[in-house]
Design a protein around this ligand. Sequence first.
Ligand SMILES: [Zn+2]
Length: 310
Amino acid sequence: MSVRELVVLGTASQVPTRHRNHNGYLLRWDGEGILFDPGEGTQRQMLRAGVSAHDLNRICVTHFHGDHSLGLAGVIQRINLDKVPHPVTAHYPLSGQRFFSRLRYATAYRETVGITEAPLETDGPLATTASYTLEARKLSHPVESYGYRIVEPDGRRMLPDRLAAHGIKGPDVGRIQREGSLGDVSLEDVSEVRRGQRFAFVMDTRLCDGVHALADGCDMLVIESTFLDEDVELAVEYGHLTAGQAAGVARDAGVRHLVLTHFSQRYSEPGGTAPTESGGEFERQARAAGFEGELTVAYDLLRVPVPKRR
Ligand SMILES: [Zn+2]
């Protein structure tokens, strides 16, 4: 059984608070771990969340503000200390290469793991594996910022009644899946398209084309909502989203599970600190924007499963 879940490591923008670490998110996608935007303190949050350096295969950084990248130094050194046996690839805007290089070599350590630097400078696909394609889209923020999207290829779901109608059973089921036809029966006759799952990670941006493109049709969208709607002027000025804007994007894109995060410290406790607490005003404004899917106002160490296939 493949595991696809989001592990929330931190949810604070700009500065950590008493209850919120700087940003940080791990996406478990089948056997892989993709770490997004490790802010300061991510190494310790990983420990608290039960995530080890060995779980990491990729690191994706949206942009080089501290709340999205200061944790790189610690995480990269930990990957080396623990001698992670598989390759780890880092994606980040090429315009921030000097920041990445400094963080990678912030202090002395014994380098045992070859981290592949894969900076990006344009929209498009970054990597393809058996279970997903990783894509990036440029966002709108004072510092160059890219959002990321994971797209699973479409597959086919076998239909038992159609198989039975054509008298196909046992090893012949595998054969028609592999070969595309069996006698005069084609795979299309006995199966339907199984849409691949989609996940997007959108941090630090104003509303722009990239936000909508990343969110389109996502099963899960993790998106910043730094501000409440009444502070929309601040959001526009500093290149951020409000709860209502983020939820409006999710509504228009047909998102199934919306995860709001990256909260300004100006709001006392946006998502509560425990599972029993509600997301309060952020949740209310997201609903007021007309988003009707599953909604999570994130807090540290929360785990959110990617919704089951429809
Ligand atoms: Zn930020």
